[in-house]
Design a protein around this ligand. Structure first.
Ligand code: NAD
Length: 405
């Protein structure tokens, strides 16, 4: 086995045949994982003619792990994911009951996967609720580890809530109703800065046009507003040669050298901007809660979550995943749509620098949608015959072309 090596605090070295971890996932997970791995292997083979390949290492988590070990996420699985550095996962059931945290949240925190990255673009042929879905080509960088998601909150009648209400009243003369629950929204300089840094680095590497900082800083000045200020600061201090602010850009239009425009929008405005001025937005960097709402809304513009890929990315570790859940009613029936996981795999290949294989997959998937070769979730809206999950994978493989890279 050749594992991906960690070279520095932020760098990895990928061998020609890296061991990549995969979690099949629960529900439809095994169906879509099988298909996604087949598609990824075919694309890598086509792109590199055997000079590169992936050695897949199965890692257990979720229901399968619970049946085998009594734990949903055993330590051995975490250790293997750590060894692999880069992994891909199908959806996992969130166990219900007090004391259970989402396995996804656990993984993000354990590996400090601070950026939730969601590329959203349109595949012609996919049913969409808007007139010009082809204008959508955005990548959302959502902060993954703080904000109201930090889970710091207390029930209205808890001792902690009483104590905090008392303290705020006593020390700051801030009156909070006696029946109010309390939640805390931490937004730190360190975590905001590293998220925006990653978004700008991505924009540079992929030759993109702009990075928009989305925030609600007009109301929450020292959390959301600070996110915006720190975002501009990191652009100014670390990427001066590559970036201009929107104001600088409009003062000197037509500058010949390519630079990334850094701009900011208030969240509510951004929700209408992505509909009314879609083409003006490219890379988006935002806080956790804004990103949660915004990424689903933008995905809806291009036909929904069913086909949207995603990755949770830290400085070195990364886990790519289907954005949807386990769809238990389709489990084991070979009818689920594997597109989200296939495209997440393509995103993973791009992340490790295997751009040619990634391009091959994206273009072949696009061709399937153009030709209405789709699974039942899409087929019933398009009024065409549905393919099985595995048949869709075969159709993608059939359409792979080397020249597309
Ligand atoms: P879901 O995404 O599983 O299902 C929502 C709807 O979309 C259902 O009608 C489902 O049948 C359909 N659907 C989803 N993926 C599909 C696919 N690939 N092909 C065809 N149809 C598809 O969401 P849910 O019902 O809210 O959640 C079910 C379980 O999944 C829960 O335990 C939840 O915690 C978990 N979940 C996991 C993740 C993850 O692992 N990243 C994400 C979301 C939900």
């Amino acid at each position: 086995m050749a594992f991906i090596e960690i070279e520095s605090e932020t760098g990895i070295k990928v061998p020609d045949s890296p061991t990549i971890g995969y979690i099949e996932g629960d529900g439809i997970g095994p169906d879509i994982s099988r298909v996604a791995i087949k598609v990824l292997n075919s694309a890598v083979e086509m792109a590199y003619h055997g000079n590169k390949s992936v050695e897949w290492k199965k890692v257990i988590a979720g229901d399968e792990a619970y049946e085998k070990t009594g734990k949903h996420l055993p330590q051995e699985s975490l250790d293997m994911l750590k060894k692999c550095v880069i992994s891909i996962k199908g959806p996992l059931t969130t166990p219900i009951g007090e004391g259970f945290r989402s396995l996804n949240v656990t993984l993000r925190q354990y590996f400090d996967l601070y950026a939730n990255v969601r590329p959203v673009r349109y595949f012609p042929g996919v049913p969409s609720p808007v007139k010009n879905p082809e204008l959508v080509n955005m990548v959302i960088f959502r902060e993954n580890t703080e904000d109201l998601y930090a889970g710091i909150e207390w029930r209205y009648n808890s001792d902690e809530a009483k104590m905090i209400r008392w303290y705020l009243n006593e020390k700051f003369q801030v009156k909070i109703p006696d029946d109010a629950g309390i939640g805390i929204k931490p937004i730190s300089k360190f975590k905001s800065t590293r998220l925006v840094r990653k978004a700008i680095q991505y924009a540079i590497q992929n030759h993109r046009k702009s990075v928009t900082l989305v925030h609600k800083g007009n109301i929450m000045k020292y959390t959301e507003g600070a996110f915006k200020e720190w975002g501009y600061e990191v652009a100014r201090e670390e990427f001066k040669d590559y970036t201009v602010t929107e104001e600088e850009y409009s003062n000197s239009p037509g500058t010949s050298s390519w630079k990334i425009v850094i701009k900011d929008r208030i969240t509510d405005n951004m929700f209408q901007q992505v509909l009314t001025r879609t083409q003006d937005y490219d890379i988006i960097a935002t806080t956790n809660l804004n990103g949660d709402y915004l990424s689903d809304a933008i995905a809806a513009q291009v036909g929904g979550l069913g086909i949207a890929p995603g990755g949770n990315i830290g400085d070195v570790y990364a886990i790519f995943e289907a954005v949807h859940g386990t769809a238990p009613k389709y489990a084991g029936m070979d009818i689920a749509n594997p597109t989200s996981l296939i495209l997440s795999g393509a995103m993973m290949l791009r992340h490790i620098g295997w751009v040619e294989a990634s391009d091959i997959i994206e273009e072949a998937v696009g061709e399937c949608y153009r030709e209405q070769k789709v699974t039942q979730d899409m087929a019933r809206v398009m009024n065409v015959k549905a393919l099985k999950c595995s048949e869709f994978g075969d159709e993608v493989v059939k359409r792979m072309r080397k020249s597309s890279s």
